[in-house]
Design a protein around this ligand. Structure first.
Ligand code: RET
Length: 279
């Protein structure tokens, strides 16, 4: 049992973590830059859901339908994620450790972002992998490395005991990211070539790689890292990247799949490079 005096001494440092949802909600609502960065995504995710449902309704083949559902899940996860942030449910108040530029200060930490990336980014990779006609082993590799990246990124954002260990988690997360980039840049282009989808795959792969590289850069420049950007600007940075990496990406992918269903229509969705034309 913690002696009474020790427990009492802990209270001041625990207090910020116990900020109520209502307090966090009010702090978000009173910061126009921060709250607009969240509401913009709630609105766009809602619009994307309706649009994507309409775009995929007439798809017939199993692989095309799987790409569609994976793509549709991106704004579905996103709307839940952003409502969680706006409500204060998935936003904490953290006291930064010594060494951090904001050491000792309480900062808002929208940690729900990292948690929900764990669900949305695998859907993006699943859709891209299916488009490239890849196999289960490569898809499994990309998805598990990606989940590792998101979970250790969450840890990097939440560690308050040591500034150094925040960066250790950051480096671990980057190592997972390198594995994802390897699959995207080396493995899948060859698969897409064999599947006859290399042109659209190349476009979406480039969009993905460039935008995804923006996330760790923003982490390093934002409140989580060197704190060169404030909470609202950091949040708009992530929201802007999300808009391009999720809704624009998904729209381009679905538009292509709807117009070229025969090119992605293999009987077994993960069975390599068979296309409808081979049947
Ligand atoms: C973090 C910080 C630690 C190092 C790395 C990161 C990468 C994050 C990425 C996120 C992509 C998110 C997307 C979300 C769409 O829903 C966690 C920021 C490498 C690449 C595309």
């Amino acid at each position: 049992m913690i002696p009474y005096k020790t427990a009492a001494a802990l209270v001041p440092s625990l207090a910020p973590l116990q900020a109520t949802q209502a307090e966090v909600f009010d702090r978000i609502a009173s910061d126009v830059v921060l709250s607009s960065s969240l509401w913009a995504n709630v609105a766009l995710a809602g619009f994307s859901i309706l649009l994507f449902v309409a775009m995929g309704r007439s798809l017939q083949s199993e692989r095309a339908k799987l790409i569609w559902v994976a793509t549709l899940l991106v704004p579905l996860v996103s709307i839940a994620s952003y409502v969680g942030l706006v409500s204060g449910l998935t936003v904490g108040v953290l006291t930064m450790p010594p060494g951090h530029p904001l050491a000792g200060q309480e900062v808002l930490q929208p940690w729900g972002r990292y948690l929900t990336w764990t669900l949305s980014t695998p859907m993006i990779l699943l859709a891209l992998g299916l488009l490239a006609g890849t196999d289960r082993a490569k898809l499994f590799t990309a998805v598990t490395m990606d989940v590792g990246m998101c979970v250790t990124g969450l840890a990097a954002a939440l560690v308050t005991s040591s500034y150094l260990l925040r960066w250790v988690f950051f480096v671990i997360s980057c190592a997972f990211f390198v594995a994802v980039l390897y699959v995207l840049l080396v493995e899948w282009p060859a698969d897409a070539q064999a599947a006859g989808t290399s042109e659209i795959f190349g476009t979406l792969r480039n969009l993905t790689v460039v935008l995804w590289l923006g996330y760790p850069i923003l982490w390093a420049l934002g409140v989580e890292g060197f704190a060169l950007l404030d909470v609202g600007v950091t949040s708009w940075g992530y929201s802007a990247l999300d808009i391009l990496a999720k809704y624009v990406f998904a729209f381009l992918l679905l538009r292509w799949v709807a117009a070229n269903e025969r090119s992605v229509g293999g009987a077994d969705p993960l069975g390599g490079t068979t296309t409808m034309a081979d049947d």
